[in-house]
Design a binder for this molecule. Structure first.
Ligand code: ATP
Ligand code: MN
Length: 466
């Protein structure tokens, strides 16, 4: 095919394109026919939010017959000349010389006609929804965030490592895992579970990973600074607007570092990616500020301009006890903070990202480092307005005996994690890391309330479509 130009490139330097001939390809958003024998087509090619206005002269035979076939949703190529636009709403337009219609869309059946559709409806047409302004902008923002995350870590000297998707550990000893098996579920039980696994592919129980952290620790204790960026699976049967069964997580892990270093890294990362987005995705962000969340740009600028508030879990409990709102869940030292508590702290009380550190050891997994008080661990949860928890991390327990004691306390067999214990026997070192949920981050930067809108094909209880 002849070389086409992305519409975003034209808008980047409109004056340079004045008077030049270009080929563009994309999908018709709308068409308006004026009585004067001119048709206006709004063409979108997905490269940016903005449509390119295409002007068709219906008095010219080359464009006349084509004009009425350019229905909403049709895929076309247009060759023409960029000229100043006399109309309102755009400064340039494309005067069409010739048109190729690749694929017509039947207006009686194409579901994305010009009106606002509910997000619920759009989820049922996930094969077409990226052609809407909202889902297109989400896809571009996800892309840019991913790029910025890699750029940040590479600049900071972290190595990108790949941890397994099929694992034998369920990481936190908690449930919520998907089993991986080749056994035939319709066959009767093969007897004891031991002998059943003999027949299974790996000859032992295997799961989809809930976190790459434990394996990332191995590489941090060899390469110093590493990160993972991959899919993560949790069979959480909690139909919330912030949980998916399949999501993407970024997990840095660094050796010779403590919780303060961990906090500082998280701060720099969020600062970097949000600043980058404000610079490179201004149109898409403004779209979300206009149609989804009016306070969006202010809350993003707060992340860029101000440091997190850091408070201990104990301080958080005190603040919540003094709060003049009544919570559905009571606040007591030792109890988990609920979403309503997190939102109060970050949205009402402190109105900025908040890091809560030093949680009671009984609330957190076995691998977090026990503090000198013997009651808390060096954990951090980072909360942001509108979303709540976006990052969970900790300094890891590097002392072998304390780790084994923690495992016993939580009913986890040190034998099952022998390699993890052994890492503490050969050249152990203080180290820390965290997990950042990509979709929670996309929710934060777009203002979208439901996590199902920020991943192309959401997997939630009862839903694995497309
Ligand atoms: P939550 O309390 O919100 O369930 P968590 O404590 O289980 O989170 P971690 O195990 O610390 O979360 O995981 C690290 C990060 O991964 C979280 O801060 C969040 O951004 C993201 N995350 C966790 N579970 C999910 C999920 N089911 N869907 C999407 N993102 C998730
Ligand atoms: Mn969870």
């Amino acid at each position: 095919m002849d070389r086409a130009i992305a519409i975003v490139e034209i808008f980047k330097d409109e004056s340079a394109f004045q008077g030049t001939e270009v080929i563009v390809r994309g999908w018709v958003r709308t068409r308006r026919d004026s009585k004067a024998g001119v048709s206006f087509v709004e063409l979108n090619d997905g490269s940016c939010l903005k449509n390119l206005q295409v002007v068709l002269d219906r008095n010219r035979p080359e464009t006349a017959t084509m004009a009425e076939r350019l229905t909403t949703g049709s895929a076309v190529q247009i060759r023409g000349t960029i000229t100043p636009s006399p109309g309102k709403g755009q400064s340039i337009e494309l005067l069409a010389q010739d048109i190729v219609l690749f694929g017509w869309a039947d207006p009686a059946r194409y579901p994305l006609q010009k009106k606002r559709h509910s997000f619920e409806f759009l989820r049922t047409i996930a094969h077409l929804r990226p052609r809407t302004n909202t889902l297109g902008a989400v896809a571009r923002i996800r892309n840019r965030l991913s790029y910025a995350i890699h750029t940040f870590f590479q600049k900071e000297g972290f190595f990108y490592i790949h941890t397994p998707i099929i694992t034998t550990s369920d990481c936190e000893g908690a449930g919520d895992v998907f089993r991986v098996t080749t056994l035939d579920p319709t066959k009767p039980s093969l007897g004891s579970s031991e002998s059943a696994y003999q027949e299974d592919f790996f000859q032992k129980p295997t799961f989809l990973t809930v976190s790459g952290q434990l394996q990332a620790e191995i590489y941090a204790l060899a390469l110093g600074k590493v990160y993972t960026f991959g899919p993560t699976f949790r069979a959480e049967n909690s139909n919330t607007s912030r949980h998916l069964a399949e999501f993407w997580m970024i997990e840095p892990e660094m050796a010779f570092a403590d919780l303060n270093d961990d906090l500082a890294l998280a701060q720099r990362l969020l600062h970097y990616v949000v600043s980058d987005l404000l610079e490179t995705a201004a149109d898409d962000l403004q779209f979300f500020a206009r149609f989804v969340e009016p306070s969006l740009l202010d809350s993003l600028k707060t992340v860029v301009q101000e440091p997190f508030e850091v408070i201990t879990y104990t301080e958080a409990v005190e603040i919540l006890k003094r709060a003049d709102v009544s919570f559905a869940f009571p606040v007591e030292w030792g109890a988990d903070l609920q979403s309503e508590h997190e939102r109060y702290l970050t949205e009402k009380k402190l109105q900025r990202p908040v890091a809560i550190i030093d949680f009671p050891r009984d609330l957190k997994p076995f691998y977090m480092r026990v503090n000198d008080d013997g009651k808390t661990v060096a954990a951090m949860d980072i909360l942001v307005p509108r979303v709540g928890e976006i990052i969970g991390g900790s300094q890891r327990e590097e002392r072998r005996d304390v780790l084994v004691e923690q495992m016993h306390r939580k009913g986890i067999s040190p034998e099952a994690y022998a390699w993890y214990v052994e890492l503490r026997e050969f050249g152990s070192a203080p180290h820390c890391g965290f997990g950042l949920g990509l979709e929670r981050l996309v929710q934060f930067v777009t203002g979208l309330g439901n996590i199902r809108e920020v991943i192309p094909f959401p997997r939630t209880p009862g839903h694995a479509d497309f």
